[in-house]
Design a protein around this ligand. Sequence first.
Ligand code: FMN
Length: 199
Amino acid sequence: MSRVLVIESSARKEGSVSRQLTRDFIAQWQAAHPADEITVRDLAVEQVPHLDADLLGGWMKPADQHSDSEAAALQRSNLLTEELLAADVLVLAAPMYNFGIPSTLKSWLDHVLRAGVTFKYTENGPQGLLSGKRAFVLTSRGGIYAGGPLDHQEPYLRQAMAFIGIHDVTFIHAEGLNMGAEYAEKGMSKARAQLAAVA
Ligand SMILES: Cc1cc2nc3c(=O)[nH]c(=O)nc-3n(C[C@H](O)[C@H](O)[C@H](O)COP(=O)(O)O)c2cc1C
């Protein structure tokens, strides 16, 4: 039995393409791995605050010096990090907003990329502390960017995942969604075919 953690980050609750991709992924994954446990964390429903002084205080100060808000921020970060640590498979849904990832997903990353917990500094530079995990990133984009210099999502997320030790990362891009019906259909059918192959 494996644990699958799905992170939703579209601000749209209806009509979201990335949510459709995660629904398809989950259905196919469950069919192929019926014993697996799937947890969905929806960042549009339960927002993760921006990294702030409370979170830094919660991480850096000893527990007996925490204010209430620092203790609460640390507790939130611990919960999110424990969910990630417990997962064998991570699925990130990432709509493209203004050439990058949603700020909600950035906030989630800011809570789980933690020195001494998910990575550590060594004499040879930073080292990821997670091992044996796979990740899938399902993006949805109005335009077409994959493999080009304006794709700031894939290189950033690959770096963030590698930094904590997740090197087995598969990207599935649904692109051209706002470029007319023909491009949108092509983009979706390519993404669906890739999804069917991985699950
Ligand atoms: C605020 C906002 C910013 C966007 N920025 C971009 C962008 O920079 N590049 C792009 O190709 N599409 C952009 N889009 C289009 C979305 O990537 C596209 O609609 C995608 O399907 C959104 O994901 P969702 O359907 O899961 O909500 C943007 C959409 C919104 C709402």
